[in-house]
Design a protein around this ligand. Sequence first.
Ligand SMILES: Nc1ncnc2c1ncn2[C@@H]1O[C@H](COP(=O)(O)OP(=O)(O)O)[C@@H](O)[C@H]1O
Ligand SMILES: [Mg+2]
Length: 312
Amino acid sequence: MMVDIQGLTKKYGSFTALDNLTLSLDEGVVFGFVGANGAGKSTTFSILSTLLSPTAGDAFINGKSVVREPKEVRKQIGYMPDFFGVYDQLKADEYLDFYGASYGLSAAERQVLIPQLLELVNLTHKRYEYVDLLSRGMKQRLCLARSLIHDPKVLILDEPASGLDPRARVEMRDILKHLKSMGKTILISSHILPELAEMCDEIGVIDNGKLIAHGNVAQIQDQLQGDKRLVAKVMDDIDKARAFFEEDPLVSSIEVIYGKNEIAFNYRGKTNDQVNLLRKAMLAEISIYALTEEEKDLEDVFMAITKGADEV
Ligand SMILES: Nc1ncnc2c1ncn2[C@@H]1O[C@H](COP(=O)(O)OP(=O)(O)O)[C@@H](O)[C@H]1O
Ligand SMILES: [Mg+2]
C-alpha cells in the first residue's frame, strides 16, 4: 500500500471540512479525487503534503506518517498546489534550479536534471523564458516539473487541469500517462468527473468532507446512481401491467405511454432485483418483450449527488 489514509478529519472551528476519511491506494495507481468546490479536496491534499495538520486521524505515505514523520513524507511526495505564485524576473530554468537546490541537489545534478524535466513536460523551448510570461498551461506543467525534482514515488496534484483549454488538457493528460508508466502513484483532483474518469484507475467522490463513493468508474456509477429509470415495452394489456408494477415496492413514479404501450418507472433495485421483477412479471402473465434503462451519463449522476455544494 503506497497511500493509507486512516480516519482523517479536519475542523476549522466548529466546521468540519474533512470528516473521517479512510482510503488506501496501491503503488502505481492513478486515483481521481472528485468533488464540487468546497468539498474538501484541497484540505485532504494539503494534509497529505504535510502543509496542514489534521484534527484527528493520520495518513501514511509509503509507510511514513504525515503527523509524526513529515520530513520523511516530504521525500516521498511531489505536490502541485492549485495556485501558482508570482515569480518576478525568474526564468523557467532558474525556477527549477531554485527548487532543486532547496531539495539539496548539487549544481551538477541540477544541470543534468533540469533539461530532462523540461523535456518531460514539453517546455524545452521555454527554458530561458520568464515564468510570468508563460501561458497558464505552461505554468501548470512547470509546476509539475518542480514537483518531480526529487523523484518522488507519489504525486499529489490539486486540480492540474483547471482553467486549461482543451489542447492544454490533452497535453497534461499525456504527461500524466507517461508518469504513470514510470510507476508513480498519482492522486489528482478535479471538480469535473468525466475529466478524471478517462485517465484514472480509481475514483473517489467527496461531498461535504465525506467520501461517498470509491471504486472504478462503473462501481462509482452504481454507488451513486440511486433510482434508475426503466422502460418496459408491453405486448398486450397495459393496465394489467401497470397494476403489476404499482404493487412492487421498488417501483415508483410510474408513467404509462399508451400510444407506445410502454410503462416508464423509477426503479430502486439492483440488477438481480430486476431479474426477479421480470420473473414475477412472467408468472403474472404480463408480456414484457423489452426492458430498457434510460442512460444517465456520469456527469448527471455526479451533479445529482453533489447538487447544492457549489453554493458553499
Ligand atoms: N483556512 C480555512 N478556514 C476555514 N475554512 C476553510 C479553510 N480552508 C478551507 N476551508 C473550508 O473547508 C471546506 C473545504 O475546502 P477545500 O478543501 O478547499 O475544498 P475543495 O478543494 O474541494 O474545493 C470549504 O468549505 C472551505 O471553505
Ligand atoms: Mg481545492
